[in-house]
Ligand binder design. Structure first.
Ligand SMILES: Nc1ncnc2c1ncn2[C@@H]1O[C@H](COP(=O)(O)OP(=O)(O)O)[C@@H](O)[C@H]1O
Ligand SMILES: [Mg+2]
Length: 88
């Protein structure tokens, strides 16, 4: 899945910190800086997926989200129900 905008874009130095918890370029009190770090935790750490940012300053930004349909070598638990290994 790709989400794209035609906003200001993101410079290289900011791009390196994008997924850090509490990183924000918004004024004090306006940005908790948690949106992308929580997204990273969910997509990459929880679902073993891919979260990538492509951006060009002045043109816009794209976020790539890939989530595997099947987890390899990892049990997926939800609501206490666990799928048999061959269905995971
Ligand atoms: N689509 C975007 N275009 C430009 N900059 C972005 C975009 N998404 C995120 N950023 C940058 O990444 C920072 C961190 O984003 P986020 O984790 O959502 O926290 P917050 O929105 O609270 O600042 C933002 O402050 C901004 O500098
Ligand atoms: Mg945000």
């Amino acid at each position: 899945m790709i989400i794209a905008d035609n906003g200001p874009g993101i410079s290289e130095d900011i791009k390196n910190k994008l997924f850090d918890p509490f990183f924000t370029t918004k004024p004090v009190g306006q940005g908790p800086g948690l949106g992308l770090s929580i997204s990273y935790q969910i997509v990459v750490q929880k679902h073993s997926g891919v979260l990538r940012c492509e951006s060009e300053v002045g043109k816009g930004t794209e976020f790539w989200i890939e989530i595997p349909l099947h987890q390899v070598g990892k049990s997926v638990k939800s609501n206490g129900f666990q799928l048999p290994t061959d269905l995971q």
